[in-house]
Design a protein around this ligand. Structure first.
Ligand SMILES: NC(=O)c1ccc[n+]([C@@H]2O[C@H](COP(=O)([O-])OP(=O)(O)OC[C@H]3O[C@@H](n4cnc5c(N)ncnc54)[C@H](OP(=O)(O)O)[C@@H]3O)[C@@H](O)[C@H]2O)c1
Length: 350
């Protein structure tokens, strides 16, 4: 027995990791079906099944989506916009990785360690937060509970894998060309060359907007997840030539006083967090150390000399794991543990 699970976007970076995590974490699935675009239909994913067997990629169609209990989506906003409600109407609970449904009032936006109780109110679609927001709120939750967060000033240093597989290829191709003295192809994934560069342009600018959508997500999603619309947030999102692992410098101004020592204790006891904080020994969170791990690493915890109630933190996590696939699978596990998949979700929705 077990659940029928669809993974939409199963050939992508996040989707293929979801398949792996469902298998490694032994999620109780009776079958797992990978979906992707028409381009990939028929492709065989070797060893991707829960029992280690092969799976064949399906294209999305009304007939193919019937009969699932759970659908994990990681195929971009337009696919989620069209197909997540159809899966939900057909009886599945959808956990969606795109930004399409995150700010909808009736859609819970959930980080497993931060606001799992929000799941109970789901109506068939649950949103997985943006990767840079996800890792940050895991670290901020215990500080918010202890001292109340008044204001955040955030600068991100985001890896190219956050943009998708094509951006990873572009960074590698550009680096290779430049190291061999060749000119690069015109950039496709970003407005400028990403190799050996830093772009203050993570996400995109809508017409007339002076913030990127990535910066807006950090502002809006942080308030929704922490359940506190009064938190003031300033964000600058920067793309850097790192393959995997988002790093963030976060200035946290609290309502009540909070010492760096107390913050370190709170963070050391927080679920999903590992404190790495020995600057004299050159030990602090690094993207290359976070890559491949599920924990959020926090270090450089120190008093902001410019404000008596502010601390500075350096927060790093694997954007494909905790920032995306791991949290989606953790949500699936919580839904299972809390009886929120299948008939029980009808009760939760009323
Ligand atoms: N990367 C991250 O750090 C991160 C973090 C949080 C959230 N997300 C979100 O997760 C999603 C995927 O990210 P990714 O990095 O895995 O991207 P990716 O590697 O580019 O993969 C995209 C996936 O979507 C599928 N897809 C594209 N168009 C489709 C369509 N019309 N119908 C069905 N499937 C379609 C692709 O299938 P084909 O192989 O057939 O093209 C592929 O499986 C995005 O919504 C992204 O915003 C990503």
């Amino acid at each position: 027995m077990g659940y029928g699970v669809a993974v939409v976007g199963a050939t992508g970076q996040v989707g293929s990791l979801m398949l792996r995590l469902l298998r490694e974490r032994e999620f109780p699935a009776r079958e797992v079906v990978p979906f992707a675009s028409e381009r990939s239909a028929g492709r065989v994913l070797e060893g991707a099944a829960p029992d280690g067997g092969d799976l064949t990629v399906q294209a999305l169609s009304e007939e193919a989506i019937a009969g699932f209990d759970l659908a994990l989506f990681s195929a971009g906003g337009s696919t989620s916009g069209e197909w997540a409600p159809r899966f939900a109407d057909a009886g599945a609970v959808v956990v969606d990785n795109s930004s399409r449904w995150r700010m909808s009032e009736e859609v819970p936006l959930v980080v497993a360690e931060v606001n799992p109780d929000a799941l109970a109110a789901h109506h068939g679609i649950i949103a997985n937060p943006n990767c840079s927001t996800m890792q940050m709120v895991v670290a901020l939750k215990p500080l918010h509970a202890a001292a109340g967060i008044e204001r955040l000033v955030i600068s991100t240093y985001q890896a190219v894998s956050g943009t998708g597989r094509a951006a990873v290829d572009e960074l590698l191709d550009q680096s290779h060309a430049l190291l061999h003295g060749r000119a690069i192809e015109p950039p496709q994934a970003y407005a400028h060359q990403i190799a050996f560069n830093a772009l203050p342009h993570a996400g995109s600018f809508a017409a007339g907007e002076d913030h990127t959508d990535e910066e807006r997500k950090l502002i809006d999603e942080t308030r929704k997840i922490l359940g506190d619309p009064a938190i003031r947030v300033s964000a600058t999102c920067v793309r850097v030539p790192v393959l995997t692992g988002h790093s963030e410098a976060v200035n946290v101004q609290t309502r009540e006083p909070l010492t760096p020592e107390r913050a370190r204790e709170l963070l050391a006891a927080a679920p999903g967090v590992e404190v790495v904080d020995d600057p004299a020994g050159a030990r602090y969170p690094l993207a290359i150390d976070a890559a491949g791990r599920d924990e959020v690493l926090v270090g450089r915890i120190r008093r902001d000399p410019g404000h008596e109630r502010a601390l500075d933190l350096w927060i790093v996590a694997d954007n494909l794991r905790k920032g995306a696939a791991t949290n989606a699978v953790q949500i699936a596990e919580l839904l299972h543990e809390r009886g929120l998949i299948g008939p029980a979700r009808e009760r939760a929705a009323v």
